[in-house]
Design a protein around this ligand. Structure first.
Ligand SMILES: *Cc1c(COP(=O)(O)O)cnc(C)c1O
Length: 350
């Protein structure tokens, strides 16, 4: 049953609710930065471009992101990769040894790793054989301790995205917070749920610069949610979690999205080329539909084919041990040259 009036305080851990946010002395003087002498933070005063602490709220970066995603700065939190964002969500809402979260395997491994790290029970409700959420089963398995429901769409490793009406029903009926992980949204035609934050107070949307933007190395994850949820996560994030170099590089790349859009288009073309070519390989039984920058394929013997590819110097991901992924390999879409090398290698395997 849903709360009559949604109050995030019913979900946040009690100790977190009581925390007063950490404030750096400098927060109060941001507008006068150039006129002030800063002797407050024990930095080295000699300017080398990085001698000062970074902006703990990353305002410039959030303004650019806000413009592009059509969200307000107050609805954004940035993390050291999405993995940090996920960790903050666990620590804000899940009481160790008491609360539970719901995941829909096969899915991204970090949800379970973080749950185990934080001593949180994991309730698994497998996706259907076509890799869609089983809404009735999910709602039936909810316990009073269930704080978070993770929906990864497009899903890793199955590559498909979930239907909007299924997701909407889950957001409306789940009594905790629904976390939608959109790491691969730029490769799909689906609209981001970040555009619907106004409608749902129990929604968190996560995106990243690690995939489409080509910036896995700088570690920048983005979290979009209600102002109330962002305020809670802000209270517990490390003050300087996004370093200056990451903020600079992200600003640079986000200020010119032409290149990213071009690369995404090319990867989408390559994905179709790869899917058609792989489907013709005689030991490939199935190439699943992909809304992401990778393909899930079913082969005759995943362990054997994985080993053979390694011998030829090509590393893919063996997912055969995951629920419903028997004999499945996950293959990232590479450059034209890399994809041709893969296809030629696959063709020659005995
Ligand atoms: C790759 C990936 C991420 C990205 O994590 P970062 O920490 O931002 O690099 C998040 N979620 C899923 C499902 C992924 O596959």
């Amino acid at each position: 049953m849903k709360f009559e009036v949604f109050d995030i305080n019913n979900l946040v851990r009690e100790n977190i609710r009581k925390i007063k946010p950490y404030a750096s002395a400098r927060d109060d003087f941001k507008d006068f930065e150039s006129e002030m002498v800063f002797l407050d933070a024990n930095e080295n005063p000699f300017n080398n471009g990085l001698n000062r602490y970074p902006d703990p709220q990353q305002i410039k970066l959030k303004e650019v992101i806000g413009k592009q995603k059509e969200t307000l700065v107050e609805n954004i939190l940035l993390g050291n990769g999405s993995d940090e964002v996920l960790d903050l969500i666990f620590r804000a809402f899940c009481e160790p040894n008491k609360d539970s979260v719901i995941i829909l395997p096969p899915t991204y491994g970090m949800y379970e790793v973080l749950a185990e790290t934080n001593a949180i029970e994991v309730i698994k409700v497998p996706l259907s054989d076509k890799f869609h959420p089983e809404v009735e089963n999910i709602l039936k398995s909810v316990k009073t301790s269930s704080k978070l429901l993770f929906l990864c769409s497009p899903n890793n490793p199955t590559a498909n995205s979930f239907n909007a009406d299924l997701i909407e029903k889950l957001i409306r009926e789940f009594t905790g917070i629904v976390v939608i992980d959109e790491a691969y949204i730029d490769f799909s035609q689906k609209e981001s749920w970040s555009n619907r934050l106004d409608e749902f107070q129990n929604l968190i949307v996560i995106q990243t610069l690690s995939k489409a933007y080509g910036l896995a190395g700088i570690r920048l994850g983005m979290c979009f949610a209600s102002k109330e949820i962002i305020t809670i996560l802000n209270k517990i994030k490390p003050p300087y979690n996004i370093n200056s170099l990451t903020q600079q590089k992200a600003l640079e790349i986000l200020s010119n999205t032409e290149n990213k859009n071009k690369e995404v288009l090319e990867l989408l073309q390559q994905r179709e080329f790869l899917a058609l070519s792989i489907a013709e390989i005689n030991f490939v039984e199935k190439v699943y539909h992909s809304d992401a920058n990778f393909l899930l394929i079913k082969v005759d013997n995943a362990n054997k084919r994985y080993g053979q590819l390694i011998e030829k110097g090509i590393v893919v991901r063996n997912r055969t041990k995951e629920i419903s992924c028997n004999n499945c390999l996950r293959i990232t879409v590479g450059t034209l040259e890399e994809n041709i090398k893969l296809i030629n290698t696959l063709k020659k395997l005995q």
